[in-house]
Design a protein around this ligand. Structure first.
Ligand code: PLP
Length: 380
């Protein structure tokens, strides 16, 4: 980032890419392919002698502007946009994993990130260990001679446990193993743009930001080959959503804190996990590592599953839906929804108890959200 501009300015103004008409908003280049000026020019494009555009699966100006903007915000070398967060996950997996090699993954990582390793990459002889990466000793003892990647998520979904990323990065550095973090800082940062960065629950999209040119050059052709490229329309919508990220985060975080306080004191709530509360087991680490406590929390109801259903069915403002980080407050029950395919033992090992409800706080009127939660809790 330019030293005289902060995050909030950069997120609005974006990269230095400009179109030929001086459009204030970077336009949508809805084209699959780009005209070469001459045979020589075409040859130069394919030889990589310039940054000109060839074909939208490889590169597109609207997508490129988004890649450069997010890479700048992350202080990375460059970005690789993907059609979804899972497109980004698979691009990273494909780039590093091979038969006989080993990956260490957070045990309660995003479900599909785990099941791809267990059900698909295992077919090709890739070994995977799932450990609680918030315990640095577990990471250290899982490292083998053939470990080629550590794949983290922090805060984890839906348990909101936090991994000390710099501690894991230090252990990994001693063994020369790259670390990929699903949504924070490291050699490779991965985002599901579907969530907070776009923030309007209207696009599915992903992004990889690499720290170095070497990693960028390793990963980009894999994305192009997999064909999980971002579409220019997607890029435009994400770029628009991104402009208000700081405002949305500020508002939803303030509301989340008030809601967490309300729930913590409610007698029908058995437990609550929110990084901003002193009761979070890693409250100090959260304060050190995260700029703010975020808008995600999980909590348990004192009653059983039936009470949980009655609670969810009684909500009128909070929306019963998966996903997170959007302007709408979303609530879901992982044991019967996102994590239903796992065995009860596997769920419990990953910290997903049957009573766990996940809440992603949006930007609606916070008093109305609290009133809604309150009336639904009275129904059980
Ligand atoms: C949602 C999510 C993904 C997958 O992203 P999609 O855009 O839905 O493909 C990956 N990792 C985490 C942590 C997520 O929350």
């Amino acid at each position: 980032m330019e030293p005289d501009k902060g995050f909030d300015t950069h997120v609005v103004h974006g990269s230095s890419m400009k179109d030929q008409f001086g459009s204030v908003t970077f336009p949508i280049y809805q084209t699959s392919t780009f005209r070469f000026e001459s045979a020589d020019h075409g040859a130069q494009c394919f030889a990589g002698a310039n940054d000109d555009f060839i074909y939208t699966r490889i590169n597109n100006p609207t997508v490129r502007e988004l890649e450069k903007t997010i890479a700048m915000l992350e202080n990375g070398f460059d970005g690789i946009a993907t059609s979804s967060g899972m497109g980004a996950v698979n691009t990273v997996y494909m780039s590093f994993l091979e038969a006989g090699k080993h990956v260490i993954c957070h045990e309660t990582c995003y479900g599909p990130s785990r099941s791809m390793l267990e059900n698909q990459y295992a077919k090709f002889g890739v070994q995977a260990s799932f450990v609680d990466t918030s315990k640095i000793e577990e990471v250290r003892s899982a490292i083998k001679d053939n470990t080629v990647l550590i794949f983290l998520e922090s805060p984890a979904n839906p348990t909101v446990t936090v991994t000390d990323i710099s501690a894991v990065a230090e252990v990994a550095r001693q063994h020369d193993i790259p670390v990929c973090v699903d949504n924070t800082f490291c050699n490779i940062v991965l985002h599901s743009l579907t969530k907070s960065l776009n923030g309007h629950a209207d696009v599915v999209a992903g992004m990889i930001v690499t720290k170095t040119e070497k990693l960028y050059k390793k990963l980009r052709p894999v994305m192009v080959g997999l064909g999980c490229c971002m579409d220019p329309n997607q890029a435009f919508l994400v770029r628009r959503g991104l402009k208000t990220l700081p405002l949305r985060v500020k508002q939803s975080q303030e509301s989340a804190w008030k809601i967490a306080k309300f729930l913590e004191e409610h007698d029908k709530i058995a437990w609550i996990r929110y990084p901003g509360l002193a009761s979070h087991p890693q409250h100090e680490l959260c304060k050190r590592m995260m700029k703010g406590p975020g808008n995600m929390m999980s909590f348990g109801l004192r009653g059983g599953l039936e009470d949980g259903k009655r609670f969810l069915d009684s909500l009128k403002v909070c929306v019963l839906a998966v996903s997170l980080g959007g302007v709408e407050t979303l609530i879901q029950h992982p044991a019967s929804m996102t994590h239903a395919k796992l065995s009860p033992e596997a769920r419990l090992a990953g910290g997903v108890s049957d009573d766990l409800v996940r809440l992603s706080v949006g930007i609606e009127d916070v008093d109305e959200l609290i009133a809604d939660l309150s009336q639904a809790l009275e129904k059980i």
